[in-house]
Ligand binder design. Structure first.
Ligand SMILES: Cc1ncc(C[n+]2csc(CCOP(=O)(O)OP(=O)(O)O)c2C)c(N)n1
Ligand SMILES: [Mg+2]
Length: 548
């Protein structure tokens, strides 16, 4: 087996069956190893950035993904997507082919270089977007693949795997290695952490759980749901952690955004005796409505990926999974629990009325089906749809922390490929969509059937909303005919529509529900009409900027 074939076959053992990317001569060994692989198929994309976003989306559903680009020109284009995956914890195995060692030693002036005979110019840059990296050779290949897989999976962050063209085609040397298995906890530290957590829970009368996005990245939803049920505690989620445990669960209270949450959620999270931070919630500016949260650290049991923090003591090398399993086994059931489920937003607006933020979002809520994979793009869409109650089993993904617009369209390709038994619903603004809309053709090319909603509100709406003067020239866009894009990009049988009234929207949603093809619905909306969360952000902007 060659180095390239070995690398691909090891990654396939993680359950990755698809690789997103673009080819290039220096990467031909990887490209060929994938194209001829029986277990991994090549999924070509329109550009490397989109491919990275798709790989991010795929890893969020499958736990890990593959991305392959050529040297320098390809890898540098992908970096924003790979760095976002590092921020938001998606394990992308990022394969890059570089010029052969023969050329490198002769310091030839090759294409895709700076012409300086230096071939290492980009390794440091790409490695920064990963948590681990390697330059493979026939001798280090087996051991290094084991090392990078273990590190990337333990952190659920990207691994950057580079190989020179000639090295990639040589047979590997050295002993075979064991397949990857999840890391274990230190027994003594785990025992001490569990005891401390149980003591704190035992002493509490009231409590609450805040599940984190990491729970879904590590595939521990069932383990955490077991703890939720064993403890009887209610749970709430920040925008970044939305629907990590099903929002259909009777113990779900609603979204938590500090003092702007529903009163019962504020009470449960901020006034309970104990709060289990299950997975390391990141209290980001956008997920806490500008740091409007107040949770006393002394009440917190913070179960991180690889350590637990209780009362100022860190229990090291303790795995999140082991904490969930042990606590679920031993926790007492809380009896003083107030459960109150969030309600569905009320549908307003007559059939002939224009679509407004108030009329749109409740209609999305009724359109969602159990088990949908809902992708929310940064912009007014994430804010408006991020507060909707989702049906049982539906999941939601957004880039709350990294926040690169254009991510949604690429990520939706990844999630749609990753699980074809579920419906991927993309909700994006048209400004974000313009960054990566050239990927639409790939949905049809790779045979997946998303439902895509594009909100056309004549520009960068959320930016208008944040500023006192909304109509700066930089918030304007070229007025594309969005609903015509799928046909132009080879999506021949798609249902497409452009809707302006609530009645047209409802009819299009019904059609999207009925057809056996993908759907693409352009929603014409008001230029200065924003959902409530965005309006709130306008008033908070000053406070936020004051902090910067
Ligand atoms: C890559 C990148 N460029 C710029 C931004 C700044 N930005 C954040 S939201 C946004 C506008 C989004 O507009 P649109 O997708 O049309 O959504 P709307 O708010 O209008 O619904 C911009 C430009 C960003 N987050 N990421
Ligand atoms: Mg817009």
């Amino acid at each position: 087996m060659t180095v390239a074939e070995y690398a691909v076959s090891r990654l396939a053992k993680l359950g990755i069956t698809d690789c997103f990317g673009l080819p290039g001569d220096f990467a031909f060994p990887f490209d060929n190893a994938i194209a001829s692989s029986e277990s991994v198929q090549w999924l070509g994309c329109a550009n490397e950035l989109n491919a990275a976003y798709a790989a991010d989306g795929y890893a969020r559903i499958r736990g890990a993904s593959m991305l392959c680009t050529t040297y320098a020109v390809g890898e540098l284009s992908a970096l924003n997507g790979v760095m976002g995956a590092k921020a938001e914890r998606s394990a992308i195995f990022y394969l890059v082919g570089m010029p052969s060692m023969r050329y490198q030693q002769l310091q030839k002036v090759l294409h895709h270089t700076l012409g300086d005979g230096v071939f290492q110019n980009f390794i440091g840059i790409s490695a920064q977007a990963a948590c681990v990296h390697t330059v493979l050779t026939p001798d280090n290949c087996a051991a290094d693949m084991k090392r990078v897989i273990a590190t990337a999976m333990a952190n659920r962050q990207p691994a950057y795997i580079m190989v020179a063209q000639d090295m990639a085609e040589m047979p590997i040397t050295g002993p075979a290695v064991e397949p990857y298995s999840e890391l274990e906890s230190d027994t003594d530290e785990l025992k001490a952490a569990v005891e401390a957590a149980l003591a704190k829970l035992q002493a509490a009368k009231t409590g609450c759980i805040l599940p984190a996005f990491t729970v879904s990245r590590f595939g521990l939803q069932a383990e955490l749901a077991a703890l939720v049920e064993a403890s009887g505690l209610p749970y709430a989620t920040t925008a970044m952690d939305k629907a990590v445990i099903s929002e259909g669960h009777p113990q779900y209270l609603g979204g938590y955004a500090g003092k702007y949450s529903a009163p019962n959620v504020v009470e449960a999270v901020e006034a309970s005796d104990v709060v289990i931070n299950a997975g390391g919630v990141l209290f980001t500016d956008f997920s806490t409505a500008g740091f409007a949260h107040t949770i006393d650290p002394a009440k917190m049991i913070t179960i991180g990926i690889a350590s637990t923090l209780i009362d100022g003591r860190v229990y090291s090398n303790v795995r999140m999974r082991d904490m969930f399993v042990e606590l679920a086994r031993q926790v007492k059931k809380f009896t003083d629990v107030k459960l109150q489920r969030p309600s569905l937003a009320e549908v307003v607006g007559g059939p002939d009325d224009p679509i407004t933020a108030d009329s749109l979002y409740p209609r999305y809520q009724r359109f969602f089906k159990p088990d949908d994979i809902i992708i929310l793009e940064t912009g007014t869409s994430a804010s408006g749809a991020g507060v909707l109650l989702l049906p049982d089993g539906a999941v939601s993904h957004s880039q709350t922390l990294w926040g690169a617009i254009g991510w949604g369209t690429g990520a939706a390709l990844g999630t749609a490929v990753a699980d074809q038994t579920r419906r991927t619903v993309l909700i994006t603004g048209e400004g974000s969509h313009q960054l990566t809309a050239n990927e639409i053709g790939s949905f049809a090319r790779h045979g997946v059937k998303p439902v895509i909603f594009v909100l056309n509100n004549e520009g960068f709406g959320v930016e208008r909303a944040l500023e006192d003067y909304p109509d700066w020239v930089y918030n304007d866009l070229a007025p594309w005919g969005y609903h015509k894009l799928p046909a132009a990009m080879g999506c021949r049988d798609w249902f497409t529509a452009k809707v302006k009234t609530n009645g047209e929207l409802e009819a299009a949603m019904q059609k999207a529900d009925e057809v056996d093809t993908a759907s693409y619905i352009e929603i014409v909306a008001g230029k200065h009409d924003y959902p409530a969360g965005v309006k709130l952000f306008h008033t908070l902007t000053e406070q936020l900027y004051g902090m910067y």
